[in-house]
Design a protein around this ligand. Sequence first.
Ligand code: FAD
Ligand code: NAI
Length: 462
Amino acid sequence: MANYDVIVIGSGPGGYVAAIRCAQLGLKTACVEGRETLGGTCLNVGCIPSKALLHASHQLHEAEHNFAKMGLKGKSPSVDWKQMLSYKDDVIGQNTKGIEFLFKKNKIDWLKGWGSIPETGKVKVGDEVHEAKNIIIATGSEVSTLPGVEIDEKTVVSSTGALELPKVPKKMVVIGAGVIGLELGSVYSRLGAEVTVVEFLDHITPGMDGEVQKQFQKLLKKQGLKFIMGAAVQSVETLKTKAKVNYKLRKDDSEETLDADVVLVATGRKPFTDGLGLDALGVKMSERGQIETDDQWRTNVEGIYAIGDAIDGPMLAHKAEDEGMAAAEVIAGKHGHVNYGVIPGVIYTHPEVASVGQTEEQLKEAGRAYKVGKFSFMGNGRAKANFAGDGFVKLLADKETDRILGAHIIGPMAGDLIHEVCVAMEFGAAAEDLALTCHAHPTYSEAVREAALACGDGPIHS
Ligand code: FAD
Ligand code: NAI
């Protein structure tokens, strides 16, 4: 047993960042993690492994589709799936070991095992009970399944199973056209699987700007992904190594079936708080199972904080990280701040899709007068040279003040380009501020400037 200023439960991007910041601020800190390795969903079975597979499969796609055009001839590479998985595992290992190193460097104790809170100020791990003046719950989220669909992680898989399939399936059905479905669907489609995405709504990626949704779906279709929209999955039957996906089309209630070798269930995630003992402590939870907090990440129980996927807001690693840093600062008596209006969202397909701030649909609904500056990557020299002309930058600004309200990018390196707009929004900038900033040529970033110019007197290259 030991006494700590802070015990963080969970070592995902929320938890490990909170622990490091607490230690940096001079607090004696421990972090409880039940997994074999640190880093949570993100490093072990989420962001990092999925990006490794997206990177590898994208290289194959480039070799097959663009190398010859640039005069790079020869046999296109074949897929050694075992090696690709081992590359992915190496990447995971490097990242999770990196957190272990950071814990040692910052003198954070890793309490190995599953933690619970038997009473305020105490955290139990195995048979040991530790004392903590403050507890941060950062236990993340788990896959949320559908009624009638049982995940066996073999034939019917969640994202976790999809990151380690024994072989590339011939036919894959993805349930849900959200972020996971489209990223991992893209991976397997590029590797040769016939991928069909079944989506309940009439559009993909709910919550995203409508124009981006349409362009994104068009480009994914061009890449070979098939879509069945407006379809509610009723059940999945597994027959040895095959599966049948039964769905109902919402427009006429007709019932249809799809065969698959592997079914990926990607219909969302839910907070994971099992075994913590929150009910007995009287910690307030929302109807959706999220831990309720105030704007300083305090729960209703003194000394207990919560951050990341376990609380309200977008289930994103960087949102969890920001909350981790801010909660640590609050505990250390400083000011912790997260600007929820400027949290970017990125989908790491090819092209990438990125957004920040308000969508055009949200502005319309709010009755806000706005202007749109749009610029196609077809007018960007660098993008044309790199076969990356598909897509556009769309900037939304207040009609009167020109203040930037949102940005939506589909195109090369969109996930990096978006940060220029994030910084601008943090400074309360106007579109004109971006338009007046000199951008190096030839870069993809020039497309952002051109979209800003389009909010004023007009872009140059269109
Ligand atoms: P988590 O990362 O879920 O970590 C929680 C940790 O707490 C886990 O390790 C768990 O074992 C541990 N834990 C839980 N209960 C206990 C307990 N009682 N005792 C001890 N330990 C416990 N987000 C992005 O921003 N970008 C991406 O590219 C991205 N890609 C993703 C891809 C996939 C396939 C998935 C599934 C998610 C992805 N996400 C991505 C989402 C991202 O992973 C999460 O938003 C993020 O991990 C949340 O961080 P967290 O710290 O709240 O929780
Ligand atoms: P999601 O919420 O993004 O998408 C789920 C999709 O499934 C929605 O389009 C929904 O309409 C659909 N759906 C729900 N029920 C259905 C049914 N019965 N039949 C057909 N379709 C149905 O959830 P997803 O993709 O599982 O991702 C979970 C979380 O992980 C997200 O919140 C996301 O933020 C995070 N994540 C982030 C990534 C990133 O930032 N690049 C990558 C992967 C995940």
